[in-house]
Design a protein around this ligand. Structure first.
Ligand SMILES: [Zn+2]
Length: 169
């Protein structure tokens, strides 16, 4: 996107690439499916501009970012009824603001540990396939809800113009 071109940082994987399967893209943020082995419903809300810390964002953008995270969480709950949704913003490897939104299930390989912790059991291929089968419908729901969110915030002026051309991918 041209509007963010001057905020790109050379060598940053989230500036240089989409970072996963695109689900939704607005001017200020995008949502991708991360395709992490063992965790089929692993999404990321990626801020479009190269910003390291959440508190670097102005207030209106922090609100927009967290509303997007909440919308993704709600869609995961509706579509998958997970045992838990995990939210995390680490950025230790890639210091470009992104929130992980991960549907977790009691039988997944790492539960109740973090997805980055040591595995607790073998992966369950049947369970993963069952979740994966529901992802196309979930992705469609996400795109619809996020477009509605961006539209509503634009109408309210809460996005401060940063999401003015936000729409579907
Ligand atoms: Zn970046």
């Amino acid at each position: 996107m041209a509007a963010q071109a001057d905020s790109r940082t050379a060598g940053c994987v989230l500036c240089d690439t989409m970072g996963g399967l695109p689900v939704f893209e607005a001017a200020a943020f995008r949502v991708i499916r991360a395709q992490e082995p063992g965790f089929p419903a692993f999404y990321r809300v990626v801020w479009q501009a190269h910003v390291a810390e959440f508190s670097d964002l102005p207030r209106a953008d922090r609100i927009l970012c967290m509303e997007a995270v909440a919308a993704v969480e709600r869609c995961l709950r509706e579509a998958l009824s997970p045992d838990k949704v995990n939210l995390a913003a680490l950025g230790n490897m890639v210091a470009h603001l992104h929130w992980h939104v991960i549907a977790r299930f009691g039988g997944d390989s790492h539960f109740p540990g973090a997805v980055w912790a040591a595995p607790q059991r073998e992966r369950d291929a049947a369970r993963e396939a069952d979740v994966a089968a529901r992802l196309p419908a979930l992705d469609a729901l996400l795109a619809e809800r996020l477009a509605a969110l961006v539209g509503a915030l634009d109408a309210a002026g809460a996005g401060d113009g940063s999401a003015a051309d936000g729409g579907g991918v």
